[in-house]
Design a binder for this molecule. Structure first.
Ligand code: HEC
Ligand code: HEC
Ligand code: HEC
Ligand code: HEC
Ligand code: HEC
Ligand code: HEC
Length: 312
C-alpha cells in the first residue's frame, strides 16, 4: 500500500476525468510510517538509555533503577509527562550533557558529555519523549528565552523549573501582586516550606537557601525591573484588570535567569514573542501611556493619562 493512492482515490479520479469538470483530488495515502532514519534514532536512543541511564532512572524510566535508593534526591521519574512535557529539548540536552547542576538541579545527576555525542544525546531525548505519559506533543514546549542583562543572583533559582515544569502559580510566590503596589518576592520561609525536604541534602544551591534560613537573613536578590523613584507603578490595578504578568515581563517561565533590557529593543522582542506589540520601548513613559490609551479605547479601562497619577 505504501506510496500508492488508495482504490477510492483512483476511482474518484477516474469518474472525474471522464466528467466535465476536473477538481484536484488529494489522493488518500495511508498515514506515512516514520522514516527509516527516525526509527533508527529511536532504537539508538532506547539502547543508549538502557546502557547509561537505567541504572538510576530504571529500565522504564520511572526513577526506580538499581542504584536509585542510594540518592537523597531521587532520580527523576522521566515518564511523568506532567513535569517533562513542558521542558524544551534544549533544557533536557543541557542536563544530559552537562549534568543536573547546569540547570540548578542536584549534581548527583552526572554529565554525560564524556560518553555521549550531541547526536546521541538527542537520540536519548527522543527516547524520553517516547516514554512520557501523558504523551508528549511538540507544541507542548516552547524554546527557552535568554533574557538580556540577567544578573548573577545569590542562588541559582530557575523559573523554568518552578513556574515552567512544576507550574507553581506566579502569585503563590509573588503574593502581593493582586493587593499592593509591589508584586513582592517570596520570603526565605516560603521557600523553606518546600525545601526543608526537597533538595535539602544534596543540592548545593538549596544548601545556600538553608544557610540564609539558619542565619535568619533575607536572600539579597538582585532587582531586575525597576522604575525611577519619581514614578508610581502599582501592580494591583494592572493584575486585577487583568493584564497577564507576561505582557509586561515577558515569558518568565521560560527564563533560566530573569533579566530585562531597560534599554531599546530586547524586552520589546520578548513582548512580541508573547503576542503584545508595544510601539514604544518597554519600561519607558511612552510604553505606559501607549498601553493606557489602547486599553482605554478597546477594553473600557480607566487608565490614567494625567501627569500626577504616575508622578507623585
Ligand atoms: C548516577 C545516577 C544517574 C544516572 C546514571 C542518570 N541520572 Fe538523571 N538524574 C539523577 C538524579 C539523582 C536526578 C535528580 C536531580 C534533581 O532533581 O535535583 C536526575 C535527573 C534527571 C533529569 C531531570 C528531570 C527533571 O525533572 O527536570 C533528566 C532529564 C535526567 N536525569 C536524564 C537522565 C538521562 C537521559 C540519563 C542517561 C543518559 C541519566 N539521567 C542518567 C541520577 C542519574
Ligand atoms: C511549592 C514548592 C516550592 C517552593 C515554594 C519553592 N520551591 Fe524550589 N523547587 C521546588 C521543586 C519541586 C524543585 C525541583 C526539585 C528537583 O527536581 O530536584 C525545586 C528546585 C529548586 C532548586 C534547584 C533548581 C533550580 O531552580 O535551580 C532551587 C535552587 C530552588 N528550588 C530554590 C528555591 C527558592 C530560593 C525558593 C524560594 C524563593 C523556592 N525554591 C521555592 C519546589 C518549590
Ligand atoms: C517558587 C517561587 C516563584 C514562582 C512560582 C515564580 N517566581 Fe518569579 N521570582 C521568584 C524569585 C525567588 C525571584 C528573584 C530571583 C530572580 O530574579 O530569579 C523572582 C523574580 C521574578 C521577577 C523579577 C523581579 C525583579 O527583580 O524585577 C519577575 C518579573 C517574576 N519573578 C515574575 C514571575 C512570574 C510572571 C511568574 C509565573 C510565571 C513567577 N515569577 C513565578 C520566585 C518565584
Ligand atoms: C502593566 C505591566 C505589569 C504587569 C501586568 C505586571 N508587572 Fe511586575 N512590574 C512591572 C513594572 C513596571 C515593575 C517595576 C516597578 C517599579 O520599579 O516600581 C515591576 C516589578 C515587578 C517585580 C519586582 C519588584 C516588586 O516586588 O514589585 C516583580 C517580582 C514583579 N513585577 C512580578 C510580577 C508578577 C508576578 C506579575 C503578575 C501577577 C506582574 N509583575 C505583573 C510591570 C508589570
Ligand atoms: C499592558 C498595558 C499597561 C501598561 C504597559 C501599563 N499600564 Fe498602567 N494601567 C493599565 C490598565 C488597563 C489600567 C486601568 C485598570 C482599570 O481600569 O481598572 C492601568 C492603571 C494604572 C494606574 C491607575 C491605578 C489606579 O489605582 O487607578 C496607574 C497609576 C498606572 N496604570 C501606572 C502605570 C505606569 C507608571 C506604567 C508604566 C511603568 C503602566 N501603568 C504601564 C494598563 C497598563
Ligand atoms: C502612565 C504613567 C505616566 C503618565 C500619565 C505620565 N508619566 Fe511621566 N513618566 C512615567 C514613567 C514610568 C517615567 C520614567 C520613564 C523612564 O525612566 O524611562 C516617566 C518619566 C517622566 C519624566 C522624566 C523623563 C526622563 O527622560 O527621565 C518627565 C519629565 C515626565 N515623566 C513628565 C511627565 C508629564 C509632564 C506628564 C503629563 C503630561 C507625564 N509625565 C505623564 C510615567 C508617566
Amino acid at each position: 500500500m505504501r506510496g500508492r493512492p488508495t482504490l477510492h482515490a483512483l476511482a474518484v479520479a477516474l469518474i472525474l476525468s471522464s466528467g466535465v469538470v476536473w477538481i484536484a483530488v488529494a489522493p488518500r495515502f495511508p498515514p506515512a510510517p516514520p522514516a527509516a532514519a527516525a526509527v533508527r534514532d529511536l532504537d539508538a536512543g532506547r539502547a543508549l538509555y538502557a546502557r547509561h541511564c537505567a541504572v538510576c532512572h530504571g529500565e522504564r524510566g520511572r526513577g526506580d533503577g538499581a542504584s536509585a535508593a542510594g540518592f537523597a534526591t531521587k532520580p527523576a521519574d522521566l515518564t511523568d509527562g506532567r513535569l517533562m512535557n513542558a521542558l524544551p529539548d534544549e533544557f533536557l540536552l543541557s542536563i544530559v550533557l552537562r549534568g543536573g547542576a547546569a540547570e540548578g538541579l542536584a549534581p548527583t545527576m552526572p554529565p554525560f558529555s564524556g560518553f555521549l555525542s550531541d547526536a546521541q544525546a538527542r537520540q536519548v531525548v527522543l527516547h524520553l519523549r517516547e516514554i512520557a505519559s501523558p504523551p508528549f506533543r511538540p507544541e507542548m514546549t516552547q524554546p527557552l528565552v535568554t533574557a538580556p542583562r540577567a544578573p548573577r543572583q545569590p542562588i541559582f533559582f530557575s523559573h523554568v523549573i518552578h513556574a515552567g515544569s512544576f507550574q507553581i502559580a506566579c502569585q503563590y510566590c509573588h503574593a502581593d501582586a493582586r493587593r499592593s503596589e509591589y508584586a513582592g518576592l517570596p520570603s526565605v520561609e516560603r521557600c523553606m516550606g518546600c525545601h526543608k525536604i526537597i533538595g535539602a541534602q544534596d543540592n548545593p544551591e538549596i544548601a545556600k537557601l538553608h544557610d540564609f534560613a539558619r542565619r535568619g537573613q533575607p536572600i539579597p536578590w538582585v532587582r531586575v525591573f525597576k522604575m525611577p523613584e519619581f514614578t508610581f507603578f502599582p501592580h494591583a490595578p494592572h493584575v486585577r484588570f487583568p493584564i497577564a504578568c507576561q505582557t509586561c515581563h515577558g515569558p518568565i517561565e521560560r527564563m533560566r535567569v530573569v533579566g530585562a533590557d531597560t534599554g531599546p529593543a530586547l524586552l520589546h522582542d520578548l513582548q512580541v514573542l508573547v503576542g503584545f506589540k508595544p510601539s514604544s520601548r518597554a519600561l519607558t513613559m511612552g510604553w505606559c501611556i501607549e498601553c493606557h490609551r489602547e486599553q482605554n479605547a478597546t477594553r473600557g479601562a480607566k487608565a490614567p493619562l494625567d501627569c500626577v497619577t504616575c508622578h507623585h
